[in-house]
Design a protein around this ligand. Sequence first.
Ligand code: ZN
Length: 290
Amino acid sequence: MSWLAELKEKINIVDFLIQDGIQLKADGVDRYTSLCPFHTEKTPSFKVSQTFQNYKCFGCGEYGDVIQYYAKRNALDYYTAALMLAEKYGVKVDSKNSEFKKIQTNKELYQLNKDLEDFYRSNFLRLPDNHPAKLQITNRKLSINDRDFGYAPNDNSVINFIKNKGYTIEQMKELGHINEKNNIQQKNRLMFFIRNYMGKTVGFTGRALDSNETNFKYVNSKASSVFNKKVALYNIDEAKMEAKGKEEIYIVEGQFDVIALNQNGYKNVICISGTAFTKEMIREITRCIG
Ligand code: ZN
């Protein structure tokens, strides 16, 4: 049996959907129904078949098996979704498989970003209160916290940090944190963390602290295999739950605006980090409030 077939046999779509928060109600012997997770509706038109292990929405037309469901809900392609589920359900995939290798590589890159986030954060927390990075925040009457902010030091210490963690310069280059001329992208900057819908750190925005800075005021990580700029929405991971409950989301200009609103009780706020507003972002936002 292929790993894909084994995977599908291992997951019962009904149990899976219930675990995912879908409130299924019995509708006949082996059928269930609920409000559709893919579009907004008042009466249930989402049907799930226990026998056929698939779903179909008679409102918006979405249909598929459990892998398609998982892919659609998490904005993944079918194959990536299948591989992620295989890992979760302990189904062995041929490790020579090239897609499988790609996913392993991306997992390391996500982890590198996560470690880098911790590095920036601990550097930030060590700064004195009168450091320009902290003044950027307090001068705006915002409070310092250990979730939103980091600091990229004005030296090469990040290289040692990365090497000690077992990463390579090549991986740093792949993510654009070091450029082709071996320069560190973010130095002496206040750092913001860009996380995707699932809460994984995909990139960073660094704000210049020196007013004589000839560089750009804000610098984003470059696009990479883990950072899709077309769907990157700052704070989406935190905003999504509140946005779903309220069926609305605020889209503001920059990170400081998001944080200011957050600190004043508005959690359903995102920004696009100074990039173009894309069709894909609209789809991502619709997914949140739908
Ligand atoms: Zn639907």
